[in-house]
Design a protein around this ligand. Structure first.
Ligand code: X8Z
Ligand code: ZN
Length: 672
């Protein structure tokens, strides 16, 4: 999704649009941003900021939507200017808020001022030249990512591929070298970002320091209704809870990869998993390796991708029947396109149906008119999936490049989670139109994905009659674990890297080394050849050039199991947690909607308590859910030496990082 608070900040920009609120009693400063009227109270100030924000919002999001769905120099210029105005306005509001420090105000106003200071993940320096530079860099890097293309060969043999095509190789092709080529190819696109990113870090750190934070990372960690130190410790604690489960999955996966590719190619020195063989560009979701990792081949077919491909075929046949006689090459391409779009829309209708089954409203008609469902043919776009609250009201959209496969199918459910959050908190004041914390926003759709049991998938015609056997259970659990458990250390390591980059313990000359050290330490994955400082591999992951904080996803992967359990309880479910689907359950739906409606209006601990009864994030529901699989994995790994040595990865030529949180300590091999 678009970072919600960042978007709030984005919305702050348009001084021109802000006239309705600010020209009434306020004025404009030299930069054209709204200024405070005399004698305004804190409560009035927040009311004004909310009004101005709501008024400015649509212009900012429109500029951004254009820059993401139609990448060219014009859309980038407009988006960058919009960002610049927004960041200046946000700085102005934060400045104006200072005069209320220590004054009487309502608790809601105090909370609003606190949230305002966290209104962007891109804190901007006040100096207009630096602010302009920052806005340009941010737009440029996101555009570079979206337009990223890997070409090889010369002349007539030249072949160019973008991320989607390269991901398809990792998804389907099991040839070792083809996968390596696709993986390396994508990682060429970020090489030119290194300088820009280095400068970007300096600028956001300047902005964060001007706001009173030690650096931008500390500012990111300040958005959790607890201190930055406390949330960092919370992530360590949660990781400690789930790490043994991850290590078992890692061990099993390595065994299977070695069986497939041979001991020398199925693992990297130290027992790590080869980065290019994990079915995913970033090794964050191993679901595409089902062909290698399926526990039991004949126990229940959970091949959702196959079913979606058949649906595409049906749509294509319908198109063929409609266009009898038109069969030249370009007609065929048009018919394929029509089938792509029809399938993508049907997949989305299917996801919408889950939400409406809980009593949530249907998506507005404008959603269906304005959403980007599939990749346009005639221009570059940012394909990375996102959900957009365009006007803080009913103009909600998603932007994806949907293909008929399981990963995209579940991503649609994820994105609609954001969309329903937007729709359900739209009556909150703009400053509170955000998740209880950002991990909540990420967890809504994924909670629904957990409720997509084999029974649910069967009920919507995507898989056959579920088998009731131990083997079928393990298959179903493995399918979920390959998406959810594999993600956990990845969800942690990205911001371990960025926190180090922002606080200076990771220096620009060590960017790549520190990245791979952290991947080794947390994920136990490694590249098969050295990745020195001539590369900038972090830039090949959207959220780095897109400057989206990532701890939210780690927290979401814990919270979603807590939400799921609470909604299962609300629906009266009895029996093992993993058997629960609350599809169609209005009581679960009511509880869920009540939570979404609160937005960020109260500390997240309170919101969590209202849903689950507890006030802390806790991974015990993850462990409860996966208990059968964990037992099974232990049996499979019996007698094997599990774990990995993080220091054994191919060593880049660059010097070692000083004192960063890199994988200097070695993981101790654990017994299976
Ligand atoms: O970025 C996303 C969503 C949009 S908020 C598609 N996710 C993370 C990623 O792709 O890296 C969802 C899971 C993790
Ligand atoms: Zn998301």
């Amino acid at each position: 999704m678009k970072p919600v608070r960042a978007l709030l900040a984005l919305s702050v920009t348009a001084a021109v649009l802000g006239l309705s609120a600010c020209s009434r009693d306020g004025g404009e400063d030299a930069a054209g941003t709204a200024t405070a009227p005399e004698g305004e109270t804190a409560d009035q100030f927040i009311a004004r900021v909310n009004d101005e924000m709501r008024a400015m919002y649509p212009e900012i999001t429109s500029a951004q939507w254009l820059a993401s769905t139609y990448i060219n120099s014009d859309s980038q210029l407009i988006a960058s200017k919009a960002n610049e105005r927004m960041l200046a306005q946000l700085n102005s509001w934060i400045e104006q808020a200072r005069k209320f420090e220590g004054q009487e105000m309502s608790p809601q106003t105090a909370r609003s001022i606190q949230l305002l200071k966290l209104g962007t993940s891109m804190p901007a320096p006040k100096d207009p030249a630096k602010l302009e530079e920052l806005a340009k860099l941010a737009t440029k890097m996101e555009g570079m990512y979206g337009a990223g293309t890997y070409c090889k060969g010369e002349g007539d043999d030249k072949q160019c591929r973008q991320l989607g095509e390269l991901e398809d190789v990792l998804r389907h092709d099991r040839d070792y070298d083809d996968q390596l080529d696709a993986w390396r190819g994508w990682h060429t696109i970020s090489v030119p970002m290194r300088q820009d990113y280095t400068r970007f870090v300096e600028l956001v750190n300047d902005g964060a320091r001007e706001m009173g934070y030690a650096d931008a990372g500390e500012m990111w960690r300040s958005g959790y209704d607890m201190t930055p130190v406390e949330i960092a410790a919370e992530t360590d604690r949660l990781w400690g809870q789930v790490k043994p489960l991850y290590e078992q999955l890692h061990c099993y996966t390595r065994t299977r990869l070695e069986a497939k590719y041979g001991a020398d190619r199925g693992a990297v020195a130290g027992g790590m998993l080869p980065a290019h063989l994990m079915g995913n560009m970033w090794q964050q979701d191993w679901g595409n390796l089902w062909d290698i990792l399926a526990p039991y081949r004949s126990a229940g077919n959970l091949d959702i991708t196959g079913a979606l491909e058949s649906q595409w075929q049906q749509n294509f046949s319908t198109e063929m029947a409609r266009h009898r006689g038109e069969r030249n090459a370009s007609d065929l391409v048009e018919m394929e396109r029509a089938a792509d779009l029809a399938t993508a829309r049907q997949m989305t209708e299917r996801a919408e149906d889950f939400y409406t089954s809980l009593g949530m409203p249907k998506l507005p008609a404008t959603y269906w008119d304005k959403t980007q469902f599939i990749k346009p043919r005639d221009r570059d776009v940012v394909c990375h999936a996102s959900a957009w609250p365009m006007d803080m009201a009913d103009d909600v959209r998603t932007k994806m490049c949907i293909k008929p496969n399981e990963e995209d199918f579940t991503t649609i459910y994820h994105e609609l989670g954001h969309v329903y959050y937007y729709l359900l908190y739209k009556d909150q004041p703009p400053i509170f139109q955000a998740g209880a914390h950002d991990g909540f926003h990420e967890a809504i759709g994924d909670t629904i994905v957990l409720a997509m049991t084999p029974e649910y998938l069967h009920s919507i015609g995507l898989v056959g009659e579920p088998q009731q056997s131990e083997q079928a259970l393990i298959n179903a659990q493995m399918r979920m674990a390959l998406a959810k458990v594999s993600f956990l250390p990845f969800g942690l390591m990205i911001d371990r890297w960025r926190w180090g980059v922002f606080d200076g313990t990771i220096k620009p000359e060590d960017y790549n080394k520190a990245w791979w050290d952290l991947k080794a330490k947390y994920q136990g994955v490694a590249p098969v050849t050295s990745r020195g400082e001539e590369f900038f591999d972090p830039g090949a992951k959207y959220h780095v050039p897109g400057n989206t904080p990532y701890t939210r996803y780690f927290l979401s992967h814990v919270l979603q199991f807590q939400f799921y359990k609470a909604l299962c309880d609300a629906s009266g479910h009895e029996g093992p947690l993993y058997e629960c689907s609350f599809y169609g359950d209005k009581e679960a739906g009511e509880k869920f909607q009540a939570m979404l409606g609160k937005g960020a209006s109260q500390p997240w601990q309170q919101t969590l308590k209202e849903l689950t009864g507890g006030e802390t994030m806790d991974a015990s529901a993850v462990l409860e859910y996966f208990a059968p699989l964990q037992d099974w994995l232990k049996q499979q790994n019996e007698g094997k030496t599990c774990g990995w040595q993080a220091s054994a990865a191919p060593a880049p030529a660059a010097p070692a990082a000083e004192g960063g949180d890199t994988a200097a300590e070695q993981e101790q091999p654990a017994k299976g």
